[in-house]
Write a new protein. Sequence first.
Length: 256
Amino acid sequence: MPSLAETLKYAFMQSDSVGKVIVVVLAIFSAWAWMIIFSKACDMLRMRASCRKFSRVYARVKSPIGMGQQLAELSGPLKAICAAGINELFDICHINKESQSLFYRHCRLPRLLSEKEIEKIRSTMNSQVNQQIVVLESDLGILGTLVTVSPFLGLFGTVWGVMATFIAISLHGRVDLSAIAPGISGALLTTVAGLLVAIPSLVANNLYNNLVEKTCLEMDNFVTDFIASLQLEETVQPITKPIARENAPASATAEG
């Protein structure tokens, strides 16, 4: 029984020029797909590790303001979103680089934020979320295209090869297995090549899309939690002064 390499080589040599071109194109598609698969695998592993580390730090700090001091040690999409929110907070509160150390030391807001200011921070963070989604989904569209195109291209090569075989049979006027087998084997090779491109691309594309959806959910949840925690942050000075206590001695003196 011939080996797989010998079988593929024989089928390729029996293909006509159209079939050979299609096989070469599909081989290029396969190399392209595997390059994207390995590249995205490395990116996804780094991204998921960075998200887990960020979540652990945020669970320990439990403060949007306190996270500003931790960003230098972090990376990934959640860091970018958090940095966007903190930078917008600095702009709203007019906190420059010189006063940031004092801000972090108190770890409190200089004043209460209005609803419009809160919404501005939320909008800035959501814009960063959208930017991170674009980065996460990069090259996944190419994998999806290869999944769709490759089987049809392989099917086209098979139909073309079978059609060419039957045309040759009709011209020569003889039908036997030895005459049609080489042409049929060459025609079927394009379908095999198309499936070899589409199957791993489909598996990887579905896996990566699931990871992207999970990360998008984490980013949305972080924005919601960040804004809710920011609204509960205390200010440096109390909002109300104990007026009643200050007036109490005066009232007692008047009564005396």
